[in-house]
Design a protein around this ligand. Sequence first.
Ligand SMILES: [Ca+2]
Length: 451
Amino acid sequence: MMSRTRLPCALWPVLALCLTVLDTRADTAPAPDPATVLPTAATPAAVAVDSAGADNAKLFQTWLEDFRKEASLAGISQATLDATLTDLQPLDTVLERDQKQPEFLDTFLDYLNKRVSDRRLELGKEALGQQAAQLAEVERRYGIPARYLVAFWGLETNYGSHLGDTPVVAAMATLAFDARRPEFFRKQLLDALRIIDLGEVGAADLVGSWAGAIGHMQFIPSTYLAYAVDGDGDGRIDLRNSLPDALYSAANYLKQSGWQADEGWGMEVRLPAGLDLAQAGLDRHKPLNRWAQLGLLRADGTALPTGLQLASLLLPQGYDGPAFLVTNNFRVILRWNRSVNYAIAVGHLADRLAGGAPLSTGLQADNRRLSREQMETLQLYLDALGYAPGPADGVPGSRTRAAIRAFQMAVGLPPDGYPSMALLERLESTVLQQAQPVPGSTLPATTLGPA
Ligand SMILES: [Ca+2]
């Protein structure tokens, strides 16, 4: 961590970067000079797969032989190993997809509007009708309301219309050989072989997304092994060709993850003026009664439900965007997918499928997107000011959000932890201001760093 006394010196190299960013801020700006872009975390193996054909094919085969021994020791049958690993080749398209970074980070409102579109709502309502009997049976058995299962189905595969056609074993082997997340994908590869070994799916039929997600609900192999069940009673589990299998499996996964049948996921809320936003965040909980005492209302202006159920306040687009109180089932959705935006989209789509209203608060919020490069710059500024946001990776994770809050509190902004364009502009002016020498001194001015 940077000390307060070292802070001004550390700002000088950042200043050059500030000026670059001022030049490249607009969405229409030309691509940045490569010399000003920080190196990304490309790995030796990833680079090798891209560029050095023959040598890399050899390395892959050596790696595969090693994996084959491990899989054999783990109990995978010789027949499955022969059927799946013989002549296996890595898939360049999978690596390309895995390494592709979006140029811009969608805001929460962008994200939600894309995923909860009118068309998706319409198809979801049709699905609720067409699958009503099946969904009612699943709800009786697992306690997961139909609207949530249909919301997951809509977000994962647009109701079964985007199942993916990538061979899962080859995809998992490609990503396990790549050096970025080898342990995770090695386990997924082993679990894919176990699924085949169990005879649930033939080697040629285990296909899914480029990232190895299988069937209507996009289960990765380890989730498939742990939670998938036979919904249609034909004695085998097929998450791709049997919708009942996929629905039962999703409900089983949610129930085992702690879903409470008689509770919702949360709700959009209206905040009272002057609420201390330091109380927001998934790591902070209060009973609904307490939130009501603080002046929060439902988005339509009616009172919050009463009770002692714990809820967290979320501001996914900052203090002037939509606000939500989320409860236990929201955390269950986060087990399915760790993205807060995804989890709100599931809850909101489920509400809308049941006739709920569109979002009505915070729609006027600053909706300018940050590019990945701007997000990295924002992190560099926080670091230069001594707020320890973690590595400048262009991803606003928990450390970055905590650093933003600390900066906001120091300069008197609402501490929402949200990386907006306005925040980037404020950080930039702070950094530039600190880089100005004090008249009559050889030292730059101090400082808005943390105490
Ligand atoms: Ca089945």
